[in-house]
Design a protein around this ligand. Structure first.
Ligand code: NAD
Length: 235
């Protein structure tokens, strides 16, 4: 297990032009989360849900990783066994930056899957039809995304990783979807860094060793320097 967890949310991709929940002008402004991102919406609102993820997938094609993704890739290259990247994001910017074994807790937008037989296909940046059929079991395929209210099987892996980690770094997450204070409380983390643009009501920032309210691209050099200093001292 890795000594360092880099745990990210929508804010890490904001500087690449992918909007967070609260940003204006993004896809989230055109759609209501309850219509397209809630358990059951494929049954009650299939066409709009498929369209929403189609738009997100197509738009992702031209989006590029930013300095934060690239600095994390360099850090992972330097310490391949010590750095675990865990993200709530469904975009592929870590992968485009060259990062390895990224744990996507809430799914991956370039994939479609079959809930019935477990079939998964990476379709890149292409849109799909509302009623695309699974080649194995003829069920309808869906975006490989976890909607609010659905089980999140990858949380088991998250908790395993958290159990052994010594440094916990949060970049660009408001703590509303996953409570990062709770993750900290169930771990034996020795050093924690919280980097967001601003204070969030869902996070008690007094719990974190270091708090940086700045753009991730402006904070990442300090974050990487802290991690390297820690790893050099323990190795
Ligand atoms: P959130 O939208 O609730 O919060 C975003 C956080 O990022 C805020 O705390 C904000 O201060 C911070 N932030 C914004 N710009 C930043 C920047 N440039 N540098 C550093 N921090 C910045 O995001 P969340 O906590 O990830 O929860 C939202 C959920 O929505 C997640 O489940 C996520 O999967 C999903 N989502 C994903 C994407 C994506 O894949 N890129 C985009 C939007 C939403």
């Amino acid at each position: 297990m890795a000594k360092v967890i880099i745990f990210s949310g929508a804010g890490i991709s904001a500087e690449s032009g992918i909007s967070t929940f609260r940003d204006t002008g993004g896809l989230w402004e055109e759609y209501d989360i309850k219509d397209v991102c809630t358990a059951g919406c494929l049954e009650t609102n299939r066409d709009m849900t498929i369209e929403f993820y189609n738009k997100g997938r197509v738009a992702l094609k031209d989006k590029q990783p930013n300095k934060t993704h690239y600095e994390i890739k360099k850090l992972q290259d330097k310490y391949p066994n010590d750095i675990k990247i865990i993200t709530q994001n469904v975009d592929d910017l870590f992968e485009k930056a060259g990062c390895q074994k990224v744990l996507h807790l809430h799914g991956f937008i370039t994939e479609i899957n079959c809930e019935q037989c477990g079939y998964i296909q990476d379709i890149g940046y292409k849109p799909i039809q509302s009623h695309t059929i699974c080649p194995n079991c003829k069920n309808f395929l869906r975006p490989n995304i976890v909607f609010f209210g659905e089980p999140v099987p990858k949380y088991r892996e998250l908790f395993k990783e958290i159990d052994d980690c010594e440094i916990f770094v949060i970049i660009g997450s408001s703590g509303n979807v996953i409570n990062t204070d709770f993750l900290l409380s169930v771990s034996d983390v020795k050093y924690s860094i919280l980097n967001n643009l601003e204070y969030s009501n869902a996070i008690n920032d007094k719990l974190y060793t270091k708090v940086i309210y700045r753009k991730a691209t402006e904070a990442i050099d300090e974050i990487v320097a802290d991690i390297i200093k820690y790893l050099q001292n323990v190795q």
